[in-house]
Design a protein around this ligand. Structure first.
Ligand SMILES: Cc1cc2nc3c(=O)[nH]c(=O)nc-3n(C[C@H](O)[C@H](O)[C@H](O)COP(=O)(O)OP(=O)(O)OC[C@H]3O[C@@H](n4cnc5c(N)ncnc54)[C@H](O)[C@@H]3O)c2cc1C
Length: 292
């Protein structure tokens, strides 16, 4: 076995996706460091990269393509100017770490159940904040040049978009990120903000069932934004289910797994929603999720 990464065989990916879909992978590869990431791409083809699996859907029940999971890239430190976080660091751990160092600006990340790498790829955020606003630089393994390089925030700037980033359009794997760190005198107000955001989200979202967050990007018609949950509600789809996949009765913008959903159930439900919304509103919904 390589010293730079760990290999697991015949792995049930159920615990590697927040929708808790069952899917078997012949190989799950866990790099210990940047060299591990590089070696994996030398040793394997068709590698699928995942972080915490909170924005992905497995469409298959078995995969021969290897999965690279960043879980062990979990470095987290403060150097006086920046927080440096490995791509596998959970966003909640990052937010609590920032709080403990009296650093504000990370509160909105605490309740997003992703990793740093996944959040940078998806430019994760809430209505008011997106991760792009706190990035100083990102270290990636660039597959085209087969090298580890540092991308400054100015290089990333033109590519940030709504759930879009440089990383989705370039052949690279995020290794770690340097975040801007602004110290705050008011430690408790950071904590209050974090808990307030969490409470509001728990009030609205179906946290008692597995999900992968909002299914669709917010749609626009003639430049006007629409609330996705309202559209789905007006189509009479709240609570509609296919197999174990159900449109949440609490928040119709979410699909939940009521127990034994398969990837096919979820994808069939997405297609059904899209066809109804298209015929009623003339809007073609676009998934926020990455489907593998
Ligand atoms: C209950 C719930 C609430 C949510 N709320 C929000 C929210 O408020 N805002 C929001 O934006 N999202 C939200 N999400 C979605 C999700 O948590 C975010 O998109 C998150 O940032 C995804 O991170 P991840 O590590 O889980 O990525 P994954 O789901 O594992 O991967 C997502 C994409 O990122 C790529 N990727 C992951 N790591 C790397 C890496 N190191 N290098 C290159 N590519 C990589 C993967 O290949 C994939 O294309 C929510 C999800 C759930 C379940």
């Amino acid at each position: 076995m390589s010293k730079e990464y760990c290999v697991l065989n015949n792995v049930n990916l159920r615990l590697y996706n927040t929708m808790r879909l069952k899917a078997f992978a012949d190989y799950l590869l866990l790099p210990y460091n940047d060299m591990g990431v590089k070696s994996i791409f030398k040793d394997y083809n068709d590698v699928i990269v995942i972080g915490n699996g909170s924005n992905i859907i497995f469409s298959e029940s078995e995969y021969s393509s290897p999965f690279l999971c960043t879980k062990l890239l979990d470095e987290l430190e403060f150097d006086g100017n920046s927080i440096i976080a490995g791509s596998g660091v959970r966003l909640s751990d990052l937010a609590w770490f920032a709080l403990e160092k009296h650093i504000s600006g990370f509160e909105f990340l605490e309740d997003i159940p992703g990793s740093v790498g996944g959040a940078l790829s998806m430019n994760a955020g809430t209505y008011n904040d997106n991760i792009q606003n706190i990035v100083r630089s990102v270290i990636v393994y660039d597959r085209d040049s087969d090298s580890i390089i540092e991308l400054d925030s100015s290089m990333l700037l033109p590519h940030w978009g709504k759930r879009d980033s440089y990383f989705l359009h370039h052949n690279c794997i995020i290794i770690s990120c340097k975040f801007n760190a602004s110290l705050s005198d008011d430690y408790l107000s950071i904590l209050d903000k974090m808990l307030e955001i969490k409470k509001n989200r728990y009030k609205k979202q179906p946290r008692d069932y597995p999900s992968a967050g909002s299914v669709f990007k917010r749609p626009y018609l003639n430049g006007e934004p629409f609330y996705i949950w309202k559209i789905i509600d007006e189509c009479g789809l709240r609570g509609y289910s296919i197999g174990g996949a159900q449109i949440s009765t609490k928040h119709p913008g979410f699909i939940i797994n009521t127990g034994n959903a398969t990837g096919k159930d979820v994808l069939d439900l997405i297609e059904y929603i899209k066809s109804i919304v298209l015929s009623k509103y003339g809007i073609l919904l676009e998934e926020e999720w990455r489907i593998y």
